[in-house]
Write a protein that binds this ligand. Structure first.
Ligand SMILES: Nc1ncnc2c1ncn2[C@@H]1O[C@H](COP(=O)(O)OP(=O)(O)OP(=O)(O)O)[C@@H](O)[C@H]1O
Ligand SMILES: O=P(O)(O)OC[C@H]1O[C@H](OP(=O)(O)OP(=O)(O)O)[C@H](O)[C@@H]1O
Length: 210
């Protein structure tokens, strides 16, 4: 049987996830010296680590080719899917916020608003919950440009330190939802390899409580 596979979101969540694995006592030598390798071993724990883009972590878990995953709540809210969300890992903290040019009253006037975002589903749900019709424009990155260039009235985007907004003359109008990294598990794996997966979850929960 193959080792339990954990899909790890590349980029901002990588360092803190490795720190957590080290706290569990795992040998993370391969993770530290990965070079361009995408599949790495934690030999002493019989775990295999797969490095993937955020949305792909969910895809690999849903298809059952990875058993567990570490992914931001932002990705879970945007892409959804069938899996168990078993723990809030407490790192990767940031938030979704509605933001726009400083000093403007977003809710003034009756004209339909245009919102630019990398997260159309989160944005749709946010405005639907307010009973407000908006036009959503999908942007792939540096979403802050959209209101500055006059493409949108506001953005829904991730805010962490707030520096990107501040340095571009923008401000938060309203918080949408808090975000942090989550541990997710394939529903079938949790049944078929229950003991092994629960051992990892228990280790993680113990480390988080320390
Ligand atoms: N300032 C931030 N901006 C974006 N994501 C953040 C931030 N702080 C924490 N995160 C978390 O880190 C996760 C990974 O973000 P990262 O920017 O590394 O990859 P990404 O969102 O796929 O972006 P890119 O397409 O630029 O690689 C996000 O899904 C989110 O949960
Ligand atoms: O509040 P801050 O600490 O400034 O962080 C928020 C910024 O970081 C993210 O962008 P990222 O760097 O991932 O680039 P992107 O816009 O190309 O996605 C996010 O989309 C914001 O632009």
């Amino acid at each position: 049987m193959r080792p339990i596979r954990i899909a790890l979101t590349k980029g901002r969540l990588e360092k803190d996830t490795i720190k957590l694995f080290e706290k569990l006592g795992f040998d993370c030598e391969q993770l530290h010296n990965k070079g361009r390798k995408l599949i790495l071993q934690i030999p002493d724990a019989n775990l295999e680590i797969v490095l993937a883009k955020a949305a792909d972590v969910i895809t690999y878990i849903e298809h059952g080719v990875c058993d567990m995953g570490v992914v931001g709540k932002d990705t879970i809210l945007e892409y959804g899917g069938t899996f168990f969300e078993v723990a809030d890992l407490g790192f990767g903290r940031c938030k979704f916020a509605l933001a726009g040019k400083k000093g403007e009253d977003f809710y003034a006037g009756y004209a339909e608003k245009t919102i630019a975002t990398k997260y159309p589903n989160v944005t749709h749900q946010f405005f639907e919950s307010k009973g407000m019709d908006v036009k959503i424009v999908k942007i792939e990155g540096s979403v802050e440009l959209a209101p500055l260039l006059g493409l949108s009235d506001a953005i829904v985007d991730i805010v962490e330190t707030g520096s990107t907004l501040k340095e571009n003359g923008l401000e938060v109008y309203e918080d949408v939802t808090a975000i942090s990294a989550r541990l997710i598990v394939n529903t079938v794996s949790l049944k078929l390899r229950k003991a092994e997966i629960e051992t990892v979850i228990n280790y993680i929960e113990k480390a988080l409580a320390e």
